[in-house]
Design a protein around this ligand. Structure first.
Ligand SMILES: [Zn+2]
Length: 151
């Protein structure tokens, strides 16, 4: 209990110090896909999160690649996808150079948030509790992804 309280305080202190950097970061994001829905924009540019178990990509099992819904950048291979049971599409690794990460202190937790390296749009958080040898679990909002099956 005390530990949790300490973590929240620490998160808030760092959050205040890092706020100016977050603002600088936000400026570098740009809308490329003019057909994005309001829900997609909320996640991609306002760090929102979709409701779990709502993504049509959760049960996508075909071979192919997952691209950024905003700029089309190729982010994940279907080979890295796994069912984490969390309700969000999950991947054990991203394609090299697909993302840039940022430490996020919101909700009193320290989490690593990742953004598309090409357009700066927010996609999700990456955790170190994945079930494969990479130990990574990229927890991605399905609305930020476009799946293109390999033909
Ligand atoms: Zn992008």
């Amino acid at each position: 209990m005390r530990r949790k309280f300490f973590k929240i305080i620490l998160g808030s202190i760092f959050g205040v110090f890092l706020a100016p950097y977050s603002i600088v970061y936000a400026v570098s994001k740009k809308i490329i896909n003019k057909n994005l829905t309001d829900e997609q924009k909320e996640i991609l540019f306002n760090e929102g999160t979709e409701k779990p178990f709502t993504s049509s990509l959760l049960h996508e099992k075909r071979k192919g690649f997952y691209h950024c819904a905003n700029c089309g950048n190729k982010l994940f291979s279907s080979e890295a996808k796994f069912d984490s049971g969390t309700g969000w599409p999950s991947f054990s690794e991203a394609l090299p150079g697909a993302f840039k990460t940022k430490v996020d202190f919101s909700f009193g937790m320290m989490r690593t948030e990742y953004h598309c390296a090409k357009c700066g749009a927010h996609h999700g958080h990456v955790f170190n509790d994945g079930p494969t040898k990479t130990k990574k679990r990229f927890c991605n909002n399905g609305l930020c992804l476009i799946f293109k099956p390999s033909s």
